[in-house]
Design a protein around this ligand. Structure first.
Ligand code: ADP
Ligand code: MG
Length: 252
């Protein structure tokens, strides 16, 4: 039971995103097995683990495009999904960015970024200009996606995802399609932009290096479970077991 005085409790914001004891079974096998996480606004949490460990399935349940078999999801302390109640994906105020989440080829850069925006035209335009300036792409505002490089398209996709000011950003291996030479720069730029927005970020990756570079907190996942969680330095220097040591050393 929480015994904090009422006035103290009222100053403590609930986590922006909380998932509680989420489970998902495929063919009777748990692929996400009792996963719980809390992420505060302004925080980047990396769900890190080898291919097939259940990262994308976890993300899809938070996005609302897949239903969990057990557990609950809360945004700002409000239940948005359990096994009977479900806020539909389009009403969850979630921004999505995937590796192959392409821009609309027939829309200009400006219209791509404005896609999820509502309200007066000049307000939308101002938000589009603000974000394109932040990703250093103002001069491409009236161009079309095919005129941009892969890295530039990725930055437009980030601007598009952030434009409606999502409460939560879900990113599934967003940089894995990019050239190695570009990746570090885009990771840093993405992080800078995310930090300027009032959003909680869950970034899925199988690359320890990416998690070390970008995360405030790492949740290490294996076989559907979170096996270790903490600040990158702690997770890296105090691995929970031999498999964690191997995972961190394999890729680097
Ligand atoms: P990750 O993103 O960590 O690579 P996934 O969440 O995509 O892992 O997949 C976790 C496990 O669940 C894998 O073994 C995968 O084959 C299985 N899986 C994912 N989606 C389905 C599905 N729709 N039907 C059956 N098995 C699935
Ligand atoms: Mg995946």
């Amino acid at each position: 039971m929480n015994t904090a005085p009422a006035e103290l409790l009222s100053t403590m914001a609930p986590p922006r995103l909380e998932i509680r004891n989420i489970k998902r079974f495929f063919d009777g096998r748990p692929v996400v097995d009792d996963v719980s996480l809390q992420i505060q606004a302004g925080q980047v949490t990396c769900l890190l683990g080898p291919s097939g460990c259940g990262k994308s399935t976890t993300l899809r349940m938070i996005a609302g495009v897949e239903m969990q078999d057990e557990g609950e999801i809360y945004v700002d302390g409000k239940l948005i999904c359990d096994t009977v109640f479900r806020v539909p994906p389009e009403r969850r105020e979630i921004g999505l960015m995937f590796q192959d989440f392409a821009l609309f080829p027939h829309l200009s850069v400006a219209d791509n970024v404005a896609f999820g925006l509502k309200g007066p035209k000049d307000q939308k335009r101002a938000r589009v200009e603000e974000l394109l300036a932040k990703v250093s792409l103002s001069k491409y505002i009236d161009d079309y996606p095919h005129q941009l490089s892969g890295g530039e398209q990725q930055r437009v996709a980030l601007a598009r995802a952030l434009a409606p000011r999502p409460r939560i950003m879900l990113m599934d291996e967003p940089f894995s399609g990019l050239d190695n030479r570009l990746r570090d720069g885009i990771r840093d730029e993405t992080l800078t932009l995310l930090r300027e927005e009032d959003t909680a970020v869950l970034l899925v990756t199988h690359e320890p290096e990416e998690a070390m570079r970008m995360a405030d907190e790492i949740a290490l996942m294996r076989g559907g479970r979170i096996v270790q969680q903490g600040a990158p330095y702690n997770v890296y220097t105090r691995p929970v077991d031999k498999a964690a040591v191997a995972f961190f050393s394999d890729v680097n």
